[in-house]
Design a protein around this ligand. Sequence first.
Ligand SMILES: [Zn+2]
Length: 323
Amino acid sequence: MPKKHLSNTNFTFCDTVQSLSAVAASLRSSPTLFLDCEGHDLGLAGGGLSLISLGTPTPNQPRTYLIDAVALRTSDLRSIFDILESPQVQKVVFDGRMDQTALFYDHGGICLQNVVDLQLADIKSRVLRGENEGSLEQLMRLSPYLLQSEVQKNPQLYHKVQKLPGLEQTVREHGVAAGVEELTIKGRFKHTSWLRRPLPQTALIYAANDIALIAHLWEEFVDQGYIDGKLAEQSLRYVRLWTAGPQINASHRYKLHALLPLEILEDTAVERTKLCPLCERLLPQRCFSVTSWTRDVSRKCLVCRAIGIRTIQQNTGGHRPVK
Ligand SMILES: [Zn+2]
């Protein structure tokens, strides 16, 4: 497919109730929307939602609306939340976990419906691209996030462990865009500034660019047949991971990491599960090592095990032998 220009300066900033009603009408008429949220420590306890970015697909460039979630109150945003919660309007996201968590805790329990997460679609596409579970390619992706020597020593413990890709990395890997120089703007905008007003133009372009990337990736994945019938159910399971119990905080290393939590892409079945106390999820036997499954104390799923080893290695400079 032709390479695309990524920068998206074609957006509407919406921070008044009057402008919001016209925007909502336009969004409501689109069967598919691209969604991304920006904020300070987005989704985390003590963090805050700044912008709700929504894009509509068009043949050339998506139309993007940046909705100010600081200037507008929860009651003002009801028309937007109705769209986010509508089963009739499909929302396309890239790692929507923090977006969903922020909407849920900051705005009275908003629950996204009809979601497709392109980060999951990318991981699923790896098999279609010849990268099977346990293959060298799958294991290689885990390094350098995990120490290569550890993965090589116990490869069977990493067959179900998938490295999560970032949005820019995914765009590059799928050859969607010729250049990503516009994205360097990201490095020039401090994430701590999201709740200040007025927002600088660089912040708005940053937010709009992410919508442009999601839109181009969506188009590519549809063309390649990567959006299958199970993805919506899997995406809902994924984005809602952290909407039960107390809001996640920044120190939760077993939830905030770059590995795909287990049992997101697997078919759900009635089977015996045990609690992994680290990620606080009930998981079936295949998610644990043989010894960990039988243990009553210090049980950890394969992903939490990997994160635990990474933490030890980070704290010791990677030199300490791992038992
Ligand atoms: Zn776990």
